[in-house]
Write a protein that binds this ligand. Sequence first.
Ligand SMILES: Cc1ncc(COP(=O)(O)O)c(C=O)c1O
Length: 357
Amino acid sequence: MPVVYNFNAGPSILPAEVLTQASQAILDFNQTGLSILEIGHRTPLFQAVLDEAVALVKDLMKLDSDHEVLFLHGGATTQFFQVPMNLLNEQESAAYLDCGVWGSKAIKEARLFGGVEIVASSKDKNYTYIPKGFSIPKSAKYFHYTTNNTIEGTELFEIPETEVPLVADMSSDILSRDMDFNRFALIYAGAQKNIGAAGVNMVVLRKDILGKVTRKLPGMMDYRQHIEAGSMLNTPPVFAIYVCLLTLRWLKHLGGVAAIETLNRRKADALYQALDQLPMFRPTVAREDRSRMNVVFVMEDPVLEKAFLERCKQEGMVGIKGHRSVGGFRVSLYNALGLDSVNALTGLMQDFAQKHG
Ligand SMILES: Cc1ncc(COP(=O)(O)O)c(C=O)c1O
């Protein structure tokens, strides 16, 4: 197989051993003679998968007993409306931070269910920074923000100080760095970046925030019913959850969230350092808000972008083209990506700068 450096933004790189184990389970799951794709979700075989995945999430995130872990369908996009549907009455309002394309989509959906107060926005500068010094009204039912803006490449490292229940979209930096996850009332994340395969969404939530809205909820939209049914209200995405389990085991074996944070810092530091040293390249976001997961940059001479992209392609580097709304480049450095991939890219950048500078 040719050497490929996978910088895809999501679905994205998974640990090699996870891919090997998942392939094996497709052929023969736990020596049962059955494929993981062929087993019933209500069997002890799958129940053990789900139970271990939930236990690993609780362990890796150091969750207290008030927090529940769910694996649901519909991706993070479903959470954009499932959150307000469950937490916000029509006459109430929730506070939102508008700091990226994904967050703005969450705001649009929340408005279908109640009032939305935008506490701050960085839309004025194309979401290239994280607004600071905003205050969250005490009357808000919850405060929602995106911890890492996948498209724009900014990350909010401090958890805002507030008594208002915190809700976070952690789709692109979940389990990538240590933080006090217990401070959140609700966390959601699509699995396809740091947790596993596309098709499942992880939701971590505190039960006491539920049951306060007056509207009637369809069963599949009601977190309480999912908790009651242990994420098995209907057929769960069995294989996607299994890939999550394998990835969570891999992370635990590596030393957990603190260990991966050390590696993630090294990768991001190496790449930003190269970008800062080579005048040909220019990171697009405010220095203090630079994401460790998605590094976004452009070239001072846009004419060279095509040649750079072509060179990356020749060297087996995939997924670095920037999002269509930003342009330039986006390099994603999720948990499973090794430092060797970053070193290969920075080496290529230095060589390219020498030849074209
Ligand atoms: C921060 C963030 N939120 C939400 C989404 C949407 O996720 P999904 O496609 O799983 O609905 C993404 C997808 O990349 C994302 O990066």
